[in-house]
Design a protein around this ligand. Structure first.
Ligand SMILES: [Zn+2]
Length: 115
């Protein structure tokens, strides 16, 4: 885990900037915030019916969730409100161009790269 920058030290450094530098940083920070918001996935946005979320982890810009799932096949042990759900399995969620994407990861958590 990378150490988080000290916000007080950052503020002190910001106080030393010229107006031109501050304006440039302001614009860059605005862009960065918009880009992060585009990519971020909140746990509540991926809650689906018939799934039970066991654990949630955020790695980079992606949300990883350990979920117990209902496969939807008739007659399966998971069917019905009292059915025994499958898993738990890890799923990855992220956004691309603002659209929510998901990918099955497996029984063990590992980082998903690219598509
Ligand atoms: Zn099933």
């Amino acid at each position: 885990m990378a150490k988080r920058p000290d916000i007080d030290k950052l503020r002190a450094a910001l106080g030393q900037l010229t107006l031109a530098q501050a304006k440039q940083l302001h614009a860059e920070l605005g862009e960065m915030v918009r880009a992060r918001e585009q990519h971020s996935v909140e746990p509540k946005s991926v809650q689906a019916k018939g799934r039970e979320i066991v654990e949630t982890q955020r790695i980079d810009e992606r949300l990883y969730q350990l979920e117990r799932v209902r496969c939807g096949k008739a007659g399966c042990k998971c069917a019905g409100t009292d059915g025994e759900l499958h898993g738990p399995y890890w799923y990855a969620y992220w956004r691309e161009d603002g659209r929510l994407k998901s990918r099955y990861v497996g029984k063990r958590l590992r980082r998903i790269e690219g598509e």
